[in-house]
Write a protein that binds this ligand. Structure first.
Ligand code: MG
Length: 184
C-alpha cells in the first residue's frame, strides 16, 4: 500500500518567520491590533513591495537564521512516521530566499525531502495532506481534491494546536477528515 503523501509548510509551522520579522523591525513599528491578519506587512503599515524589499536586502541569512519552534522536530518526526512526508514551502521571487530556506532545512531537519514551490496547489491530489498556516493555501489545496489541516496561529482562525497536529499524525487515519473539518 502506498503511504499517504504529507506536505508540511515551513514558515509559521516549522520555522518562526514572524520571530524573524520581529527581529528586523523596531517593536514600535508593529500594530499589535493587526496581528490577527495573515499579511505581515499590514502589521507594519507597509506595502507588500516595501516589506519584501527590506527582507530581500538581508540576503539568505534572514531565512537561514530563523528559529525552529519548540515543536518543530516532533512535528516533522510525526509527519515522517505517518506517511511519505515532504516540506512544501513557497519561496519569494528573490533567489536569496530559496538559498536560505535550503540551508535552514538541511541544518535544522537534516533532510532533502523538500519542495520549493511558488504554486503549492500543484502538489495537491486526492488523499494528500497539507499542513499549512495559510487559509488560502489550504483552500486551494482542497479545491484540487487534497485534505488540508489549517495549522492554528494567531493570524488565522484555526483551533488546531501543534500538539493536536502531532497527536493527529500519530493516528492519522482516524483524524484526517475530522481535523480538516475543524478549520474554516
Ligand atoms: Mg506558512
Amino acid at each position: 500500500m502506498n503511504r499517504r503523501l504529507i506536505f508540511v509548510d515551513l514558515d509559521g509551522v516549522l520555522a518562526d518567520f514572524i520571530g524573524g520579522v520581529r527581529g528586523v523591525f523596531p517593536p514600535e513599528m508593529f500594530d499589535e491590533a493587526a496581528t490577527s491578519q495573515y499579511e505581515v506587512w499590514n502589521w507594519l503599515g507597509m506595502t507588500k513591495e516595501r516589506f519584501w524589499s527590506v527582507i530581500d536586502r538581508l540576503g539568505p541569512a534572514f531565512w537561514s537564521d530563523l528559529k525552529a519552534y519548540t515543536w518543530t522536530r516532533a512535528l516533522w518526526a510525526a509527519a515522517q512516521m505517518a506517511g511519505d512526508a515532504y516540506i512544501l514551502t513557497q519561496p519569494t521571487p528573490h533567489p536569496s530566499c530559496a538559498a536560505g530556506k535550503v540551508e535552514w532545512i538541511e541544518r535544522e531537519l537534516h533532510t532533502r525531502k523538500y519542495l520549493l514551490a511558488p504554486h503549492k496547489a500543484a502538489c495537491a491530489r486526492p488523499g494528500a495532506l497539507l499542513i499549512d498556516d495559510c487559509e488560502d493555501n489550504c483552500q486551494a489545496w482542497r479545491e484540487r481534491g487534497g485534505v488540508a489541516w489549517l495549522f492554528g496561529r494567531s493570524w488565522n482562525h484555526s483551533r488546531l494546536s501543534s500538539n493536536d497536529v502531532i497527536n493527529g499524525l500519530g493516528s492519522i487515519e482516524g483524524c484526517i477528515d475530522a481535523y480538516a473539518s475543524l478549520a474554516p
